[in-house]
Design a protein around this ligand. Structure first.
Ligand code: SF4
Length: 460
């Protein structure tokens, strides 16, 4: 996110906005500000509430700020790769916060190293900072130059001496929205960041656009020719907060529609519909409405344990399932249960959850999933980098059913998902179809090469 807030503490406002964007990354958080050409930054590992306190927030002076919560897809999880990345340039401070993943980062990285540029991190974000710093012209032209070189998913906020820029890649993989805040503006991945500071939605930054917010107000222009729009479907299904709005639709309502499609396509005789909370809840409500089966809570969630999918290692993911959920035995005992989840990625949580519902006395457990089977890796910013890690990448639906121990299992079809999204195209569905929105040879190389291609001196 980024803020221009004349006469206000942009760093403090960023802190409150980052709080609402916590679900997008839990490994690290950071805020950088600029005050009359002087940069301030604080970042650290962990949750926003852990990283920031009154002492460090009060040092973040200035009315320009950018902020970030990190969930690693390129580069390791260490503090070295926390964002924003900030450096001094001939034109003053330059800070960058990046959501997404460049598919040609390894090539750009190599080009920089060959030119003698040293790199301090293993993330693609630092690569972009160097490309911006080395380009010629004003910041707008430098950003346009970056947009011709960077390939893949990038929604950026960029901090300079006198403006904050928001940039969205030409495919529009990741969301970026603009809000109005009194005499200033805010840029953020989701509209949920606005309500925390009293900002009002203005518009989305469209694919290939650059938005500048500064003392002259809001200025938006096309920075690169837009490609075939490829907004990440997974944002709608899982990633975004249900109270955020995309394309004029509340994400919660979109998820209910997906649940209704799921019920129409994969009906089941059952007594109750139960969600895997919290991300499966809107889908389960939609399923229950369409099926005419009562929705009830069957699992309680400890909300102080982070998202399991987003944790960086398999071991951490597995150990958190039992800590995270507890069954409500009175609601489940003797019942034929439809257990609705938003997605099955690695299959790590599904098996233990089905067993948990059975142990609580359920007579049958039918799992319904509100998106298609995820068969292919994402290279555009969601951490499912290897096919081996995806359960549907190497097992059939029947094999997955057996693996998780459900009485029946069904996924939403692509067609039904698109109906639920009220769209025919404009979405990336690569992780469901294996059809990627790139024709680039670079990307083919990326697909064929193992993760080790990212190897660097830090080994991450
Ligand atoms: S591959 Fe899947 S997770 Fe990645 S951008 Fe496309 S829809 Fe989103």
């Amino acid at each position: 996110m980024g803020i221009y807030a004349p006469g206000k503490e942009a760093g403090r406002l960023s802190f409150f906005s980052l709080y609402t964007l916590q679900h997008r990354g839990q490994e690290a958080a950071g805020i950088a500000t600029c005050d009359n050409g002087v940069a301030h930054i604080h970042k650290g590992q962990g949750l926003v509430a852990t990283v920031f306190n009154e002492d460090n927030v009060s040092t973040l002076k200035g009315d320009l700020a950018i902020g970030h919560t990190r969930y690693s897809t390129t580069g390791g999880t260490g503090i070295r790769n926390a964002q924003p990345v900030i450096m001094e340039t001939i034109d003053g401070p330059l800070g960058l916060a990046h959501n997404g993943n460049l598919v040609n980062a390894h090539l750009l990285r190599r080009q920089l190293l060959e030119r003698g540029v040293g790199l301090q991190t293993s993330s693609d974000t630092e690569v972009m900072v160097h490309l911006l710093s080395a380009a010629s012209g004003d910041w707008l032209n430098r950003i346009k130059s970056l947009m011709t070189q960077a390939e893949g998913a990038f929604a950026l906020t960029i901090l300079t001496r006198d403006a904050v820029y928001g940039v969205r890649d030409p495919w529009g993989f990741r969301p970026l929205v603009v809000g109005r805040l009194d005499d200033g503006y805010i840029l953020a991945s989701e509209t949920c960041a606005f309500s925390a500071i009293g900002a009002e939605f203005v518009c989305e930054v469209e694919p290939g656009q650059i938005a500048r917010i500064d003392a002259n107000g809001l200025h938006i222009e096309q920075g690169a020719v837009p490609k075939q729009r490829a907004f990440c479907t997974f944002e709608q299904i899982y990633f975004s907060r249900p109270d955020s709005i995309y394309g004029g639709n509340l994400i919660h309502s979109t998820r209910q529609r997906l649940g209704r499609e799921l019920a129409r396509e994969n009906p089941v005789d059952a007594d109750i519909v139960v969600s895997v909370p919290d991300s499966g809840t809107p889908h389960a409500i939609g399923f229950a409405q369409e099926a005419g089966i009562p929705y009830t809570e069957g699992l309680t969630k400890n909300r102080y344990v982070g998202r399991t999918f987003i944790e960086p290692t398999q071991q951490l993911r597995e150990s958190r399932v039992e800590m995270k959920f507890n069954p409500l035995k009175d609601n489940l005992a003797g019942k034929r249960v439809v257990l609705v989840d938003d997605s099955i990625v690695r299959g790590t949580t599904s098996g233990p959850l089905v067993q948990m519902v059975r142990n609580a006395g359920a007579a049958e457990v039918h799992v319904r999933v509100a998106c298609p089977a995820i068969t292919d890796p994402c290279y555009m910013g969601v951490d499912m980098a290897s096919s081996d890690e995806l359960i549907a990448g190497h097992k059939s639906v029947e094999e997955i059913r057996q693996h998780i121990g459900a009485d029946s299992l069904a996924f939403l079809s692509i067609d039904a998902m698109m109906r639920g999204l009220e769209a025919e195209d404009g979405y990336c569905n690569a992780c469901f179809t294996g059809v990627y929105p790139f024709e680039s040879e670079r990307f083919v190389q990326l697909e064929l090469r193992p993760k080790e291609q990212f190897a660097n001196v830090w080994g991450d």
